[in-house]
Write a protein that binds this ligand. Sequence first.
Ligand code: ST9
Length: 615
Amino acid sequence: MSHYKTNLRDIEFNLFELLEREDVFGAAPYSEIDLDTAKFILREVERLSREDLAESFEDADRNPPVYDPVEKTVTMTPSFAATYKTWMDAEWWRLRVLPELGGTSAPNSLNWALAEFVLGANPALWTYVGIPTAARVIYRHGTERDKKIAQVAVDNRWGATMLLTEPDAGSDVGAGRTRAVANADGTWNIHGVKRFITAAEHDLADNILHLVLARPVGVEGVGGPGTKGLSLFLVPKYHFDLDTGELTGERNGAYATNVEKKMGMNVSTTCEVTLGDDEPARGWLLGEVHDGIAQMFEVIEDARMMVGCKAVATLSSGYLNALEYAKQRVQGADLTQTSDRSAPRVTITRHPDVRRSLLIQKAYTEGMRSLILYTASWQDEIAVRTAAGDDTGLAEAVNDLLLPIVKGYGSERSWVILGTESLQTFGGSGYLRDYPIEQYVRDAKIDTVYEGTTAIQAQDLFFRKVVRDRSRALSHVLGEIRTFAGSPDPVGDMAAERALLAQAVADAEAIVAKMTGDLAAAQDSADSIYRVGLNATRLLYVLGDVVVAWLLLRSARIAESALASAPAPSDIAFYRGKVSAARFFAREVLPTVAAQRASALTVDNFVMELDEAAF
Ligand code: ST9
């Protein structure tokens, strides 16, 4: 039986009842994907993920890929290689490929809904299917030559990687030392060592296209210090004929010189890549312009969305596995009968603390699923507006604002809830390999780390997405939430929860005001910026909780209306669950925002002044 438990009903609720995607599906630029087609694809990918893609999840963890340090090659786990082939042959990945490259343009809201299934079934699979994203970025920024490379890579289903990180350049990408030297024939030779590179070596595809950040040397006006001195190069594992796309059989000098041993995601190879050591590593400058960090960030933004989606996909299956276990596990008597030693034993779903735990798992899972699909709906908006020639400024700003919340908040909350609530529901059994939860926890931890740590997401959120944006997107989103919180509820009885939401918005705004004030004060007293740094992750979590509470309460309002108008009997429990999850989240989580506000206002630089010896 599959480890993977899906929630297609909730995904459809989000797309069609909460986010009204039927207005977008079937219209330009998504005329090929109408509502019926979208529903069919959702059902197909849900089934494929649960029945087929999930199959190698456990085997590939226990029997990870084998690295040969002499040949510098990796032999993948056979069962996982079969899963990869199943997914590639199913062709659904082409919904993410640009139409210009032979793909079908599907709305991002649909694509991220599908991604949840794949990432929940077998999260590492996604890391080997980077080519749709890589090809999109190459096509957008490339010359005719680069577009041809993108086409060849898609047609031949090559692997793709992103090579940013180096041993001494992790969060600080601008500290990278990999160099690029121009050749007379227009190619470049790359020299350096990259670390923590996902999927940089495997035998799943005939070739791998590395997207490499390197610093050009010897060219006037480019290659300076920091991220702005980096350019992006296309460096294949094997050389190929640029006209025909055929592999020449000649190896390029980009080798996996180590594969890391890790806590989880064991089938996703994490490689050290040495470029240009014994043999030259030749590549092409993307678009013949030195704009590497901006180009790479288009890949990074996609990957950050992916990480948030992966985290929530795993939490969702973790919760549903815990729920199934709790419904069967008989242990102890009902709390009202504990003094009666002969009282019947009950399933643990009868115990208050288990109910609390299940409901918080459900609320975070469903609220963060809404967060991801809400963000994706802004990405749909950008595409629709672009196609119509309309201004995309606000849509882009809101998407940018939400991305660090999706990645940073989504990964942190998922990992913590998986470990403290989902695993805990199983008691001692959760610690065993008999159940998938222990692997979920191991596989999910990386989500808070790669693609920019939580601290990086928090800084990105405040400095770039709030301050640099002059709060345009933040004001828009908080304004929407305030309007919702203040509006009457025709059918439900959630006035108290809406009042909690209104208060939480005010608390969040007070934290932003405090941080903005500290930032302004840094002009006179530089160390005032430390206070901003001390509050940054707090703001990330607070805004995440506020947005998630809002989406849950909006969902509850829709569910209450549906319940008031005689829904299908099979839907009654679903809608009641939506209402209860929102109510519970509002009452449990929103009051904590006030406590965060109180703490935020008291942050003090004594933390920074403390002697290291005193830690
Ligand atoms: C990694 C791999 O962790 C994990 C693998 C996951 C699996 C991937 C799955 C596949 C997905 C698809 C992939 C396709 C191909 C690959 C497949 C691989 C499997 N938004 O603030 P400044 C830009 S990889 C947009 O001054 P600093 C912008 O151009 C490692 N752009 O920064 C800006 O210029 P301007 C992941 C942004 O102080 C310029 O950068 N590593 C954003 O110089 C400079 O900005 C990380 O994520 C943004 N949010 O540098 C690094 N931010 O201002 C984490 C910056 O003029 N570190 N730009 O617009 C950071 O993000 C740092 O904050 C820093 C700081 C490097 C940006």
